[in-house]
Design a protein around this ligand. Structure first.
Ligand code: LMR
Length: 314
């Protein structure tokens, strides 16, 4: 897409893989990378830009020397922050990453106040809350990458279980991107057929548990750092949907304003993405059990938001 510019703040594994993915898909003409590690960010920009050239993509990747270089960004993806270590929950990163996310927002407010923000830092829902509060941006502009990743994981575990339908599996996961996320088997399909029609309760429960633990499983195996290929690809789909006004529906973490009966709190719900960022929030008909699980998940995010209000924004 000509003349489209994407900024990526935080060029660790997720940020650099995202830049590589976007550059190779040719989704935008410019990508600017920003990180406190100046040599690393320069090296990444050169290497990824050269690889895009090798692939005959038109995307140019440059390092940001300062916040000014974020000027003109249509989308800025924030991956800055620490990853959790084995033995930690995402929530343990709350105050550390809130500080980092709100500090990078300062430059965005000055140089790219019209950009759409995609938040990837953890704990995800609380960082979307932090970004909205720190920026004062409209809720349409600030979107968290979570459910799209959890759904991709669920599709993987479904494929593993059924053994067919690769590329024809759609999964839906709502709620926060934490231990209380809410995978929705009845909204998950293989070639259009809902899971409860093809799998036993036990098999479905197994898929649900594996999906909830998908991030943790990789954190434990890596020992340092967390997953990056799936998070980067999931984020690239969101970038593409917004830049190209695709109006695709993906589960994302957004500030709720009455939807599903909640206000002023972030939750993962199906969202239509287009050039305005959030174009529409889709309200699914949840059964009573799913409503309870969603409430539990929202309550966990509320606790984090309360801690932020007490210890960070105060
Ligand atoms: C993930 O789900 O991969 C990320 O949220 C990273 C993590 O800490 O699990």
């Amino acid at each position: 897409m000509d003349n489209k510019k994407v900024g990526i703040i935080g060029v660790g594994n997720v940020g650099s893989t995202l830049a590589y993915t976007l550059a190779h898909k040719g989704i935008c003409s410019k990508i600017v990378l920003k990180d406190i590690r100046e040599n690393i960010v320069q090296a990444m920009a050169l290497d990824i830009s050269q690889s895009a050239n090798a692939a005959k993509s038109h995307t140019i990747v440059t390092p940001a020397k300062s916040g000014v270089d974020l000027k003109g960004c249509d989308i800025i993806v924030i991956t800055a922050g620490l990853p959790r270590k084995p033995g930690m929950s995402r929530d343990d990163l709350l105050l550390t990453n809130a500080k980092i996310v709100s500090s990078v927002i300062e430059d965005i407010k000055i140089y790219a106040p019209k950009s759409k923000l995609i938040i990837v830092s953890n704990p995800l829902d609380a960082m979307v809350y932090t970004a909205i509060k720190s920026s004062g941006f409209s809720r349409n502009q600030v979107i968290g990458m979570a459910g799209i990743l959890d759904s991709a994981r669920m599709s993987h575990f479904i494929l593993e279980k059924v053994g067919y339908g690769a590329g024809q599996i759609e999964s839906s996961v709502m709620g926060g991107h934490g231990d209380d996320m809410v995978p929705l088997p009845n909204y998950s399909t293989v070639a259009g057929v809902a899971l409860p029609e093809i799998l036993s309760k036990n098999d479905i429960n197994d898929i649900v548990e594996k999906t909830k633990n998908g991030g943790l499983q990789i954190v434990k195996l890596l020992e340092t750092g967390s997953a990056y290929y799936a998070p980067a690809h999931a984020t690239s789909l969101m970038v593409e949907a917004i830049l190209d006004n695709k109006r695709k529906i993906y589960p994302c973490a957004v500030m709720l304003d009455g939807e599903y009966g909640y206000e002023n709190i972030v939750g993962g719900v199906p969202v239509m993405l287009g050039s305005n960022g959030i174009e529409k929030i889709i309200e699914l008909n949840l059964n009573n059990e799913q409503k309870e699980l969603f409430e539990k998940s929202i309550n966990s995010v509320k606790e984090l938001a309360n801690t932020l209000e007490e210890k960070f924004f105060n």
